[in-house]
Design a binder for this molecule. Sequence first.
Ligand code: 5GP
Ligand code: MN
Length: 326
Amino acid sequence: MNNFEQLKKIILSHKSFLLTTHVNPDADAIGSQLAFYEILRKLGKTVYTVNHSSTPYFLKFLDPKNVIEKFDEKKHSKLFEEVDVVILLDLNQSKRIAHMENYFLKFHGVKICIDHHQDTENIFDCVIGDTSYSATGEIIYDFIKSTNIVELNYRLALQLYTAIMTDTGSFRFERTSPKIHLIAAELLKLGVNPTKIYDEVYDQSHFSKIKLLGETLNTITLDSTKQIAFMIVTHDALRRTGAEEADVDGFVNYCLSIKGVKIGILFYELKDGVKISFRSKGNIPVNKLAAEFGGGGHLNASGTRLFNTTIQDNIDKVVKAAQNYL
Ligand code: 5GP
Ligand code: MN
């Protein structure tokens, strides 16, 4: 039995499910979670969708009925004693669900991971997907097609298209294959409007986001090799502009739009530490670079969170470490 059949069997033989995704969720996270919600609801299952972080405002169009809840320990921790199955989508390491982690690790039911990142933790009963997938949404598409567990419909197509469009950088990143375009074609045939989805995700920004982008672009710095560019987002800049953490998604890519730059780094100031985002061109494995600092991710896009430290304490160290990958 392949993994898809195993997952189908688990789904058909259980009644209640909790679906969750990573902190600071992106469109692949939310789209995949809501697509799975649709599948399970079509099958008459009891489904809870609960995340550590709230859904960013530019992804709310994916969840018009507000089925996703923000984790509240008092209200939701008991779910880990009640449901049969917990599914983590678009992450493969339990620390990425933050305050829900302890409950997940103690959960006695079936633990499933549906994901496309490297270095999957050895804590799951069933792992679906691998790093060859461009998006978790693509895995779910394959799961539906190969098992016929439900029929694709417009709602599913909308979620899966948004997941795939964003995780492929609007169909330009490395894993944009003929297969991805064929999937996109099928989703469009189901009524997905690509103009509208791009507009919802990228062109309905708050004014504050664009002001913050301006400030962030002003911080851009090249290292001595001129092959590494980095930028900084401070608390102060967020306060001044009124932007929020989710608005910073995508800023780091501007580093790679400079000729000759192969590694882009963004330092984001947290309440009690620093979040670092890495991006690279070609074969430069920034997931390995992130791993040096306790993080992970994909070959060309990775990140980490460091606590009890400051941005200034880390710039030199991190840029020096990055130079070893040039
Ligand atoms: P971003 O920079 O957009 O937040 O994250 C890019 C990618 O890096 C994510 O898709 C995820 O794979 C990975 N990533 C980001 N932050 C972390 C982290 O703290 N730990 C791990 N293991 N991976 C991360
Ligand atoms: Mn993803």
